[in-house]
Design a protein around this ligand. Structure first.
Ligand code: SF4
Length: 230
């Protein structure tokens, strides 16, 4: 397996843990606001192979609590189970970031005890899901299945939405709230404008809008918070 990025230490990516973040290439979504689009579309070449990653992880034993595996979409990589298994064998906790479109893979990884924490994106309300992912069609029943699996996994998890001025309205958050009602944790992340995203015309929502949306989702998920507010 090729590794497309490695952040050697982070206090932000794995809640309450000191972690490193591993980026895998490729994704089945084409989100116009993607901050990692260079590794999704293959513009950014791999930086190391699996052996080099494991040699780094071996040296960091005792210094890091966990490893975040992100992308791109990690679940499209057929070697993901063996990668996670190798990381677990070194004694690390594993956090997996996913777009939620691979519920059966998620289910297997949970069953094999290869994940300790899951962060799943909820891109938008059901009606606007495909558009927000940059696709002409998407089956939201598949997203529902992932939500179900995660909420019944017994693991630590979070759902999160990157909030974009042009894409999200109050009624979208009513729908999302009902969809994930009773979840353990939900974060609304303010979109940060960058010139590396596919659609550079997208803009950040105001702080007031973020607070308005938070009030809506808190009716359904009391443990909801804002993240990355500028
Ligand atoms: S799902 Fe994530 S990695 Fe894939 S295109 Fe969307 S934002 Fe980028």
């Amino acid at each position: 397996m090729k590794i497309h990025g490695l952040q050697k230490m982070t206090l932000l990516d794995y809640p309450s843990k000191v972690a490193a973040t591993v980026f895998l290439g490729g994704c089945d979504f084409k989100c116009p606001f993607c901050h990692n689009f260079e590794i999704v579309n293959g513009t950014l070449p791999p930086i190391m192979d699996e052996d080099e990653l494991f040699s780094f992880l071996e040296k960091r034993k005792g210094l890091l609590d966990g490893i975040v595996v992100t992308g791109g979409e990690p679940c499209i990589n057929p070697s993901l189970p063996s990668l996670l298994s190798g990381i677990k064998d070194l004694g690390y906790l594993v956090k997996l970031d996913t777009n939620g479109y691979h519920p059966e893979i998620l289910n297997n990884l949970i069953g094999e005890k290869l994940i300790d924490y899951i962060a799943m994106d909820i891109k938008n309300s059901r009606d606007k899901y495909a558009m927000t992912c940059g696709l002409s069609f998407l089956n939201t029943d598949i997203i529902s299945r992932s939500i179900d699996i995660i909420m019944n996994s017994g693991l630590y998890y979070e759902f999160r939405t990157t909030v974009i001025h042009e894409y999200h309205t109050a009624s979208d958050f009513e729908d999302i709230g009902r969809w994930i009602e009773g979840a353990k944790a939900y974060y609304l992340q303010q979109y940060i404008e960058r010139d590396t995203v596919p659609d550079k015309s997208l803009t950040s929502p105001s702080k007031d809008k973020m607070s308005e949306f938070l009030d809506i989702v808190k009716k359904y998920v009391p443990n909801s918070s804002l993240r990355g507010i500028e």
